[in-house]
Design a protein around this ligand. Structure first.
Ligand SMILES: [Zn+2]
Length: 128
């Protein structure tokens, strides 16, 4: 079966704190979050912006979180105020949040993997 894997990477800058964390992560601070998304599909699709079945998913759709918070993204916000309360603001749960929100917007059958890093040398990956 043919398979396409689309990869995109972007960053956003935001503040957060880990609730009840006994240490510096419990105080509000900021990160340049780096997000790496892989979208895999065995068929191509049209998108909101293109009527022809020529893409796994639209890059514009995959990169929604890069937008300013006032435009629906996660840039320049306090993540604790933007993420629903069931998501703590650990990299693990930010990855799940981005996965869940992206999954709703991509065509059925597109597999996603979302990687989030807060620092250059550690990251977490989430897929379902
Ligand atoms: Zn942090």
């Amino acid at each position: 079966m043919p398979k396409w894997k689309l990869t995109t990477e972007f960053t956003f800058d935001s503040a957060h704190y880990i609730k009840d964390y006994d240490g510096p992560c419990g105080r509000m601070h900021g990160h340049t979050y780096k997000v790496h998304i892989e979208a895999t599909s065995s068929q191509l699709h049209s998108s909101e912006y293109c009527p022809h079945s020529v893409m796994v998913a639209d890059f514009k759709t995959l990169r929604w979180a890069k937008q300013d918070v006032t435009k629906g993204g996660l840039d320049h916000c306090i993540l604790n105020e933007v993420l629903p309360p069931e998501y703590e603001t650990t990299a693990e749960m930010i990855a799940k949040y981005i996965y869940d929100q992206t999954k709703k917007q991509v065509p059925v059958g597109v597999q996603l993997k979302v990687r989030v890093s807060e620092t250059p040398n550690s990251w977490v990956e989430y897929e379902d």
